[in-house]
Design a protein around this ligand. Structure first.
Ligand SMILES: O=C(CO)COP(=O)(O)O
Length: 252
């Protein structure tokens, strides 16, 4: 059975007070409503320690938005997997398109991050997705195949059980333009096939593949009903409790 998941990527939003309040209100909602989907939030690194404490015995996982590809040392401004784990964080987003675009992160480097996480018993949410020009040129499958295979090529099979991948077409992020359910399903099935070819069918079938890119309360249900869409990675709409909880409820 693949895990159903709805994750909120808060990006560089919310003050500490706002983040704390949103996390606590979300926790109250999750306790009262017991959603089918697992709930994950990814606040800025700065708030992880406090939110880990506030949500300690909750059903919400607090994830990091990024992690260094290096173990430790002279990497000013970076945060290592070991440091994250030392404050109780066990999951990190890696390869988000904003990291790829503004920090020039590439697939091999993203693969190193994943390896570090696994070495410490932590887990990644691997983000992949093509740019508009790739899709217009008909190269979207090639681009995503390369992103998935290079990031996962050095990982051990036993680590990849319960992998989480997020398909986030760059042209759909923060633009209000969502991939249609058919477009998303087609790519999710392709990602699962790609993982199956590389690591075997059992890992492919236990991978949760989330869709990200302008998910909102109005389009979530149609996306989540697709066979290979196991949930969402939500940006803007995860900052509003009502919108985020409506999206969580849509993933049954
Ligand atoms: O990048 C995203 C989540 O990681 C998606 O962001 P939006 O939901 O704001 O389009």
């Amino acid at each position: 059975m693949r895990r159903k998941i709805v994750a909120g990527n808060w990006k560089m939003n919310l003050t500490f007070q706002e983040a704390k309040e949103l996390a606590l209100r979300l926790n109250t909602w999750v306790k009262a409503n017991k959603p089918t989907a697992e709930v994950i939030i990814a606040p800025t690194h700065l708030y992880l320690e406090q939110l880990n404490k506030d949500l300690k015995n909750s059903h919400i996982t607090v994830a990091s938005q990024n992690v260094s590809a290096m173990e430790n040392g002279a990497y000013t401004g970076d945060v290592s997997a070991e440091q994250l784990l030392s404050i109780g964080t066990k999951m990190s987003i890696v390869g988000h398109s904003e990291r790829r675009a503004y920090h020039y992160e590439q697939d091999k480097y993203i693969g190193k991050k994943i390896t570090h996480l696994y070495e410490l018993g932590m887990s990644p949410i691997l983000c992949v997705g093509e740019k508009l020009e790739d899709r217009d040129a008909g190269k979207h499958f090639d681009v995503v195949q390369e992103q998935v295979t290079v990031a996962l090529e050095r990982q051990k099979e036993e680590d990849l059980k319960n992998l989480i991948v997020a398909y986030e077409p760059v042209w759909a992020i923060g633009t209000g333009k969502t991939a249609s359910p058919d477009q998303a399903q087609e790519m999710h099935a392709f990602i699962r096939k790609t993982i199956g070819a590389q690591h075997g069918i059992s890992i492919a079938n236990s991978t949760s593949i989330l869709y990200g890119g302008s998910v909102n309360p109005g389009n979530a249900r149609d996306l989540f009903e697709q066979y290979d869409i196991d949930g969402g990675l939500v940006g803007g709409a995860s900052l509003k409790l009502e919108d985020f909880t409506t999206i969580i409820s849509a993933n049954k």
